[in-house]
Design a protein around this ligand. Structure first.
Ligand SMILES: C[S@@+](CC[C@H](N)C(=O)[O-])C[C@H]1O[C@@H](n2cnc3c(N)ncnc32)[C@H](O)[C@@H]1O
Ligand SMILES: [Zn+2]
Length: 460
């Protein structure tokens, strides 16, 4: 860290917050960056004059992890181990968009996604958000919950001055090491929302990608974060709101098929190789803030742009690529097929979503996309209520809606008709119990999806 970072910070302890921090630098190095040399503190200590706490700086990164409660320590450890496993095996895509990712390394499959081998930055919603005029003109950007720092590096390469933080100190130290190797000056902090305090009105922009749905009491944290932003500054958010029940039932089936038929053919890592991976399927605070993401944004920001999307089937393309012995020809058509399923779902349920990509602005007006956000927010709430009291009539109505949408669409999505028909047939035969319906949804089985993909890819 550069010494001046201290001027931006208050003591992060909740019971303190004092502005009076001092620095004792043990080791200082001048680093040559693309934008010029920067003198940075490699090892040192930050001391709060008010409460007397000391916070360490190691590997150029100050850390406030001593303040974390047990659940946030667990959370940080999970991500340190998870991304760390990719890091150690040389798949550094979570640290740099130009580096490869092997999606199923956690299942012992070390095959990289062919789309991540070009050495070019992958496109995505981060790029759309970063290209918004409110963001392109921002000088300083705060990257919230940066994980391995791919987004921080992406933003620094676009010319922004980036300060990034994540509770996983090991990940941000790796991120710092990598940023130095890439010649990009980025300030990283080992900190989490709730355990960090900046001076008011500092940042020209904030990014939070896939992180704030892990934050408990998000409404309150968002209000605090708003205080760190300059008036009119944008906040770019890409977050997991919920998992679509139809897609999740398809994914469940696909996963079984994949583990049975595909994974054994490609698995090269042994259980011993994978011993350092976390055991839990999710991090401890996964989804803690999901319900609050939309309301926290609506309550604190003017909503400039709002986009919703499905993601649950995204990895099917890679699964299918593995199934077809890593044939690159199947990638394009399969992901197009998945795109069609998503389009179809979107047209059948315009307000239903899994992920949202939002650009907010610190201003006191609702903003042009507020109505859209609120419509989705209502649907999400209703859907939650539905999940508790679903009835057969509701499911039948859904099938009818799916059917009428298919009828109104052209042949492009005719192959989906099969899926819908299967559901309908089963439904009409079914008893009207909730348990039965759950079974029926599973009839959108993986075999059918794979046959569809076969058909689509063979066409070309
Ligand atoms: C799904 S990962 C996403 C990481 C990264 N932004 C990315 O897109 O790859 C979720 C991240 O949220 C971080 N996180 C958890 N609690 C947090 C908090 N209170 N404040 C900030 N980040 C937090 C985790 O450490 C983890 O790195
Ligand atoms: Zn203090």
């Amino acid at each position: 860290m550069h010494r001046d970072l201290l001027q931006l910070l208050n003591c992060p302890a909740r019971d303190c917050g004092a502005a009076d921090l001092s620095l004792e630098a043990g080791a200082v190095e001048e680093i040559a960056y693309r934008t010029g040399p920067v003198e940075e503190v490699r090892e040192g200590t930050i001391t709060c004059a008010a409460c007397g706490r000391t916070y360490p700086i190691e590997g150029f990164v100050p850390s406030f992890e001593q303040l974390f409660p047990e659940e946030l320590q667990d959370e940080a450890q999970y991500w340190g181990d998870w991304y760390g496993f990719f890091w150690q095996r040389g798949y550094r895509g979570f640290y740099d968009l130009r580096e490869p990712i092997a999606h199923f390394i956690g299942r012992g499959i070390e095959v990289p996604d062919p789309g991540t081998l070009s050495g070019k930055e992958l496109p995505g919603t981060h790029e759309t958000l970063a290209s918004h005029p409110l963001v392109t003109q921002a000088e300083s950007v705060l990257d919230v919950g940066c994980g391995g720092g791919w987004s921080s590096l992406f933003l620094a390469r676009r010319g922004h001055k980036v300060i990034a933080f994540d509770p996983s100190v090991v990940n941000v130290r790796r991120a710092k090491e990598h940023a130095i190797s890439q010649g990009e000056y980025i300030e990283y902090l080992g900190a989490g929302l709730g355990f960090l305090s900046f001076k008011p009105e500092l940042f020209d922009a904030v990014f939070a990608l896939h992180s704030i749905h892990h934050v408990p009491d998000l409404g309150n944290e968002m209000r605090i974060m708003r205080g760190w932003m300059k008036e009119g500054a944008p906040i770019a958010v890409d977050e997991h709101i919920q998992t679509d029940p139809i897609l999740s039932s398809i994914v469940g089936q696909l996963d079984q098929w994949f583990m049975r038929e595909v994974a054994p053919r490609h698995r090269t890592l042994s259980a011993a190789d994978m011993a350092s991976l976390p055991e839990a399927a999710h991090s401890r605070l996964e989804g803690m803030g999901s319900n609050e993401v939309l309301s926290a944004l609506a309550d604190n920001f003017s909503i400039e742009t709002f986009e919703a999307r499905f993601v649950s089937l995204d990895l099917f393309t890679f699964m299918y690529y593995l199934w077809r012995d890593c044939d690159p020809e199947v990638v394009g058509p399969t992901s197009q097929g998945i795109g069609q399923i998503y389009d179809f779902l979107q047209s059948a349920f315009p307000d239903r979503t899994e992920y949202v990509s939002v650009l907010g602005r610190k201003a006191d007006t609702p903003g042009p996309a507020m109505a859209e956000l609120q419509r989705v927010q209502r649907t999400v709430t209703e859907q939650e209520a539905d999940e508790h009291g679903a009835d057969a009539a509701g499911v039948l109505a859904t099938v009818e809606l799916l059917n009428s949408t298919v009828r109104s669409k052209d042949k492009q999505i005719a192959w989906l008709q099969g899926i819908i028909n299967a559901q309908q047939e089963e439904l009409t035969r079914s008893q009207e119990t909730v348990e039965k319906q759950a079974e029926l949804l599973k009839r959108i089985e993986s075999g059918r999806l794979i046959r569809l993909a076969n058909r689509v890819t063979r066409k070309r």
